[in-house]
Design a binder for this molecule. Structure first.
Ligand code: WTA
Length: 668
């Protein structure tokens, strides 16, 4: 089977024989010290999952009330720690307050704006301070009408208040849905509408590459958007809490908008953590699928937190002295599990940086590593490829010797980038954990354990505890080693999604129907002779552009919502930097001139509909899109066209793709 969205430079066989054993010194002090120890625990975890997870849950988390049953599995619906009660914010904060961790930095933050000389504003919040802020803000939420079970949208820059808002919601049982700041007003409105949120937490603006992202303005716009039948999408919103960050003089609507700092002055710092059912919703995070609008992936309390905590501890081998930095934005799942919940549940120090890696210069990350003595760095292959392009002189300017472990996530890493990361950033001494997982899985699923697993550049290696992945054919049968197939997960795991918000049928159809009885990941994969999993990329119509998931259907419907567009088909093509780039084939309506101006207009239109992250890299105009006899767009052909050949520049001559379609033997 061909992975149709295979990213650039995955020359997977080339480096397969290069094996990097864990450095000796590293293994000696790691939580998991050998493959034998990993195998023993792994076998226990899959052979007696309930016993294994019951024991882990007891050891790792503080529960207000014990469970009656570890797992209730009525496929495809799982309940973990049935009947138990706990609170996520309590486990991330309160539990550390009577320990040596109380005055340790929970969050170290650096803002993007850089003066000359000394860079960036900085703030540090100890566990005690963070606890206080979270209690105050939880009371602010209550004061503004939120109750257990209500939904709140968080649309903030990467500032400590993003974590504070998340934890405050969790503290009182409000379900949060964080929307990445790179999404548009329309996307905010769609999400509010889908989860019927009552309140938005935002900021006047955030800083990104020296410019201000007008978050509050986007919220104002979002709250006015109507659907085709004139219904205001965000009509459930009663309040907007606004953090002052950019001081960009925004409009405050009396009665609806309140300032974060003013509200904080009017509440008490006493807010006990609400005992929540283990299966109570914790958050909804929207992610792109192969059809329609983004799906609201639902995660619940006990299982999610256990997954986030254990993976953080074992995959990043968190130790008391670590300064851990996951560079993801909290708008993505990686930010949820590995900036906020996982590290804080472990009492670790989590670093947050607001801005771009190359602002004001391409060494910003390395300055930060040096300045704070970062020991663990977790980032995306796209970023690594960008650093490679910018040149080794930037990291070489800084002392990176504090680093002891490196991680990657979000897309396959090409071996060349892996080797560069290992040598230039890791000084050949740091193990690399290439972690495969998804918004849906809640936590890391396939990964090396840094003190145990010998790594090979380009593979996420072996499953984490309790995870039973398999590579199967179209009939759902396991394929032999070294053959390609679909990646599925055979058994439920604690941090798995519990469904799609408001659409359980779509949950069944998307994840549990492709391969009967198993969770279908949407990824293509191959297992090598050692059983290592090599992810080749999505095999559905989801693209992975710079580590961001983008649904082709979503971009297509954004394009056709422009009145000049007749038809659109969006495909990926390999891109050296971003893994994949977005190529849109567009036919225009009669009388419309297809030119560079229209290209720009359409790109901006997509940015308005979805967000700048979904802007097509290329737009190619065609007379007609190639179709099969039954009228289906021949995507495979379009992918080939997109991947090869020169893109025509400003031209009014439309490409005649139907000719190619007739020449092509493929009918699918
Ligand atoms: C891809 C991000 C290869 C994969 C945590 C998956 C990866 C999608 C890796 C999920 C990896 C993530 N190697 N591919 N280490 N990690 N992916 O939901 O295609 O934003 O299905 O979650 O990213 O993206 P999502």
């Amino acid at each position: 089977m061909l992975a149709n969205n295979q990213p650039a430079n995955i020359s997977s066989f080339q480096h397969e024989d290069r094996v990097f054993p864990p450095p000796k010194g590293f293994a000696a002090q790691a939580h998991i010290k050998s493959m034998a120890q990993y195998r023993k625990l792994y076998n226990e975890s899959v052979n007696s999952p309930e016993k294994f997870w019951g024991k882990q849950a007891k050891e790792e988390l503080v529960w207000f009330k014990p469970w009656k049953k570890v797992l209730e599995w009525k496929a495809p619906f799982a309940k973990w720690f049935v009947g138990a009660k706990l609170n996520v914010s309590y486990n991330c904060l309160d539990r550390h307050l009577n320990t040596i961790t109380a005055n340790k930095a929970a969050l170290i933050w650096e803002g993007e704006p850089a003066g000359t000389g000394v860079l960036g504003e900085e703030r540090t919040l100890t566990y005690k301070q963070l606890h206080r802020e979270v209690c105050l803000f939880a009371n602010v939420l209550k004061r503004n009408g939120l109750k257990k079970g209500d939904r709140a949208i968080i649309y903030l820059p990467m500032v400590p208040e993003a974590a504070i808002a998340m934890l405050a919601c969790a503290r009182i049982g409000v379900v949060h849905s964080v929307v990445f700041g790179g999404f548009s007003a329309q996307s905010v409105a769609d999400r509010i509408h889908d989860c019927q949120a009552k309140l938005v937490i935002t900021a006047d603006g955030g800083f990104r590459r020296g410019a201000i992202v007008p978050l509050k303005q986007n919220v104002d716009d979002a709250l006015g958007i109507q659907n085709a039948s004139g219904e205001v999408l965000a009509k459930t919103i009663q309040k907007v809490i606004v953090l002052r960050r950019a001081n960009n003089g925004i409009h405050i609507q009396e009665g609806r908008d309140v300032w974060w700092h003013r509200e904080m002055d009017n509440v008490s710092a006493d807010c006990p953590a609400e005992p929540m059912d283990s299966e109570a919703p914790l958050f909804i995070l929207y992610t792109s699928g192969s059809t329609g609008k983004p799906k609201g992936i639902l995660h619940t309390t006990g299982g999610y937190l256990l997954g986030a905590k254990m993976t953080s501890k074992y995959v990043f081998d968190l130790q008391a002295m670590d300064t851990y930095w996951c560079t993801a934005d909290v708008g993505w799942v990686t930010g949820h599990s590995y900036v906020v919940y996982g590290p804080l549940a472990n009492g670790a120090t989590s670093l947050m940086y607001e801005g771009a890696p190359n602002f004001p210069e391409p060494d910003r990350f390395w300055r930060i590593v040096e300045k704070y003595g970062v020991t663990i760095l977790y980032t995306a292959p796209t970023a690594i490829r960008a650093f490679m392009k910018w040149g080794t002189e930037w990291p070489r300017k800084h002392n990176l010797s504090s680093l002891r472990l490196l991680g990657t996530v979000g897309e396959p890493i090409n071996p060349e980038a892996w080797i560069w990361y290992h040598e230039v950033i890791g000084g050949k001494r740091c193990p690399i954990v290439d972690t495969w997982w998804q918004t849906e899985t809640g936590g890391i699923m396939i990964t090396p354990l840094p003190g145990a697993t010998p790594t090979k550049p380009g593979t996420a290696t072996l499953p984490f505890f309790g995870v039973l992945p398999e590579v199967v054919d179209d009939q759902g049968k396991a394929v032999p080693r070294n053959s390609g197939g679909k990646l599925v997960i055979r058994k439920p795991w604690p941090s798995m999604l519990r469904g799609i918000w408001g659409d359980m049928q779509r949950y069944r159809d998307t994840y549990w129907s492709e391969v009967k009885g198993s969770y279908f990941t949407g990824d293509g994969c191959r297992q090598d002779k050692d059983g290592y999993f090599w992810i080749v990329g999505r095999i559905d119509d989801v693209l992975n552009v710079a580590g961001h998931r983008i649904g082709t259907a979503e971009v297509e419907s954004a394009l056709v919502s422009n009145h000049k567009v007749a038809e659109a088909a969006v495909v990926g093509r390999p891109d050296d930097l971003k893994g994949q780039a977005l190529v849109a084939f567009v036919t225009v309506k009669g009388g419309v001139t297809a030119d560079q101006k229209l290209r720009d207009e359409l790109r901006n239109h997509v940015a308005k509909e979805i967000g700048p992250v979904a802007k097509p890299d290329d737009i190619r105009f065609a007379e007609a899109l190639p179709k099969t006899r039954s009228g289906k767009i021949m995507r495979r052909l379009l992918k080939q066209i997109a991947s090869g050949g020169e893109i025509k520049g400003d031209t009014t001559t439309l490409e005649d793709l139907s000719v190619l379609a007739r020449l092509s033997s493929s009918e699918e």
